[in-house]
Unconditional design. Structure first.
Length: 284
């Protein structure tokens, strides 16, 4: 068993990367990255695994925390994986790149920019092609489900094709139900958004409540807070303004405390009357 090496301890690299991902899901992105960076190994495959985990965590940090750190981590992972005699992790790194490109197109200058307006049609088409290609290349159902999830997000939020997207989310949900709570949570979140748009508040509540529980079970603190925001939206939509304000107030407090600035901003804006789902602003 390959282990990390320090003067005092040795741990399997897969345990280190698993622990780092758990920390990141709790919103402890800097601690997670410090753990990876402090891990020393002479094995090229282990260095590649550490670098890949770093890229994945940096991307999550950028999304929730409003930072801009993923580029350097992706380049480091590319170098580490590319230097292997028999590269591993190529699909996972390509998926990080896909998500990174999607986030850049969606956020633009830091604000959500939904739909194709102002975006290069060729760039949009290439991103969609890459997502479809990752679906075909996936080695297992969960990876295929994640690629399908992002194909749906690209279609939904960048192409503004609200009719096609739910079919992709349903396939992602099928893949996540028995194997990946975070994938199932993501699919339910966006299927519930379509229910909400269709004014089916009860179906949206069912999906969003379950998504909240799945995210919490997976230890996804910032994602669970963003999901609570959607429940606050439903409370306001159904006339329960005190519940809406109470939920949003706590989301703003918690999200601000852990540095999830995008979620905190949504919650603060909601308290002043802004609907975070308006214009498809419910990604997260």
């Amino acid at each position: 068993m390959t282990k990390t090496s320090t003067p005092h301890a040795a741990l399997p690299v897969d345990e280190v990367t698993a622990a780092a991902r758990e920390l990141a899901r709790a919103g402890r992105w800097q601690r997670a990255l410090c753990l990876l960076d402090a891990t020393v190994t002479t094995e090229p495959r282990d260095r590649a695994a550490l670098a890949l985990a770093g890229a994945q965590i940096a991307l999550e940090r950028d999304w929730f925390g409003g930072t801009d750190t993923a580029d350097a981590r992706i380049a480091a992972a590319d170098s580490a994986i590319g230097g292997l005699t028999e590269p591993v992790g190529l699909w996972d790194l390509d998926f990080v790149r896909l998500r990174h490109a999607y986030f850049r197109l969606l956020l633009g200058d830091g604000a959500f920019r939904f739909g194709p307006a102002g975006k290069d049609p060729a760039e949009l088409a290439e991103l969609r092609r890459r997502a479809d290609e990752l679906c075909g290349r996936a080695a297992d159902d969960v990876r295929r489900g994640w690629a399908r999830m992002y194909l749906g997000l690209i279609v939904d939020n960048l192409f503004a094709d609200r009719d096609e997207a739910p079919a992709h989310y349903e396939l992602a949900l099928d893949a996540g139900e028995s194997a990946d709570d975070l994938l199932a949570r993501e699919a339910l979140r966006h299927l519930g958004d379509h229910d909400h748009d269709n004014l089916d508040h009860e179906r949206a509540r069912q999906r969003w409540t379950r998504a909240t529980a799945l995210g919490a079970r997976a230890g996804n603190v910032p994602g669970t807070l963003s999901q609570q925001m959607l429940l606050a939206v439903l409370a306001r939509d159904t006339g329960d303004e005190p519940a809406a304000v109470a939920l949003a107030t706590e989301v703003a407090r918690w999200a601000g405390a852990i540095g999830a600035v995008r979620v905190a901003s949504q919650a603060t804006a909601f308290l002043t009357g802004t609907d975070p789902t308006a214009g498809r602003g419910n990604d997260g």
